[in-house]
Design a binder for this molecule. Structure first.
Ligand code: TYM
Length: 342
């Protein structure tokens, strides 16, 4: 699946985004997306965006948003994104995102936007008439994020697939109507980690909006809390350690997490844990998770101790992103028929 790049050819481009809507990223974010972000910076021209415009589609508190945006940035650098190799930036610091979103929203059908399942789920929770128009147009802003940078690939979890299909459709529609302008991007979704599930409700995806914090492993959780959550994870009837998504979703999730972090295949794990109880698997998994999380937690704290430097790093990213965004938007403005500005 990864695109090979030769030294002479320009690197393919990736773009992805994450919302600053929690005090920590969780294991689903990490395995489903962020780990791929780090790997791709070696082979791709990488743009990664903290999507604070998306974060205000639900009611929010300004101080909390500002704090979480910095916590998000610190975690991204702490997991290994290198500001030399990746352009890491905050969406609202590049005004072209909102500008392109408007143009794309004029190309999106009302019915088409109404079919987005994430909107249906999120708006159902608060009552459809209470949901904001911003929540409704959320996927169009996401399409703008991606298309502005002419991204070839978008590393995300399975839950974003429908939004990426809309992005491709909008790129093709624009190109058809106004002439070749946008790259139609591909989703980059490695199967093994496409959907990490909730430890308490192993058929639902791990999500910050899930009902119990006990089901979510946060990157910045205290070690004691990580251990407790894993040891108390819901497992299935029977005692056998075997991957079986339908009959044993809890154990399957734990095996997948172990495999993704340890590099041991699920089959090898099944063999190694044969005859042992769930407790043995959980104990080993807790240690493996902590070995990953602890260095990230320490580095995040260090980065957050110097907010000035963190803000400066983000501005460097925003300046670099803006150069590309401005160029794309210049073409879009011209193609659509707006008068020149500069
Ligand atoms: P967000 O902030 O909800 O999640 C960030 C990334 O984490 C992935 N993810 C998961 N992967 C596997 N298992 C899980 N349980 C799990 N939970 C979350 C998500 O798929 C995502 O890749 N709409 C996006 C943000 C966005 C974006 C973009 C993404 C805005 N603009 C442009 C890509 C490109 C979102 O809400 O992600």
């Amino acid at each position: 699946m990864p695109i090979e790049s030769s030294p002479s050819a320009p690197r393919p481009r990736v773009l992805s985004g994450i919302q600053p809507t929690a005090d920590s990223f969780h294991l689903g974010n990490y395995l489903g997306a962020l780990r791929q972000w780090v790997a791709l910076q070696d082979t791709h021209d990488a743009f990664y965006c903290i999507v604070d415009l998306h974060a205000i589609t639900m009611e929010h508190d300004p101080q909390t948003l500002r704090r979480r945006t910095r916590v998000a940035a610190a975690q991204l650098f702490a997991i290994g994104l290198d500001p030399e190799r990746s352009t890491v930036f905050v969406q609202s610091q590049v005004p072209e995102h909102a500008e392109l979103q408007w143009v794309l929203s004029c190309l999106t059908g009302f019915g088409e936007a109404s079919r987005m399942t994430q909107f249906k789920d999120k708006s159902a929770k608060q009552g459809t008439s209470a949901a904001s128009v911003g929540l409704f147009t959320y996927p169009i802003l996401q399409a703008a994020d991606i298309l502005l940078y002419q991204a070839d690939q978008v590393p995300v979890g399975e839950d974003q697939r429908q939004h990426l299909e809309l992005t491709r459709t909008l790129a093709q529609r624009f190109n058809h109507r106004f002439g070749e302008t946008f790259v139609a991007p591909e989703a980059y979704i490695p199967k093994a980690t496409a959907k990490i599930t909730d430890l308490q409700e192993p058929t639902a995806k791990m999500s910050k909006s899930s009902s119990s914090p006990q089901g979510i492993l946060d990157l910045l959780d205290e070690p004691g809390s990580v251990r407790k959550k894993i040891m108390r994870a819901v497992t299935d009837t029977g005692t056998e350690i075997k991957a079986d998504e339908v009959n044993k979703p809890g154990v399957t999730n734990l095996l997948r997490i172990h495999s993704a972090l340890s590099g041991t295949s699920v089959e090898d794990l099944e063999r190694r844990f044969e005859g042992q109880g769930y407790g043995a698997l959980k104990k080993e998994l807790a240690q493996i998770v902590l070995d990953t999380f602890e260095p990230i937690r320490e580095r995040t704290a260090k980065l957050l101790a110097d907010e000035g430097e963190l803000d400066r790093m983000l501005m460097v990213g925003a300046d670099r992103a803006r150069e590309v965004a401005r160029q794309t938007m210049g073409t879009v403005r011209d193609r659509v028929g707006f008068l020149g500005r500069d």
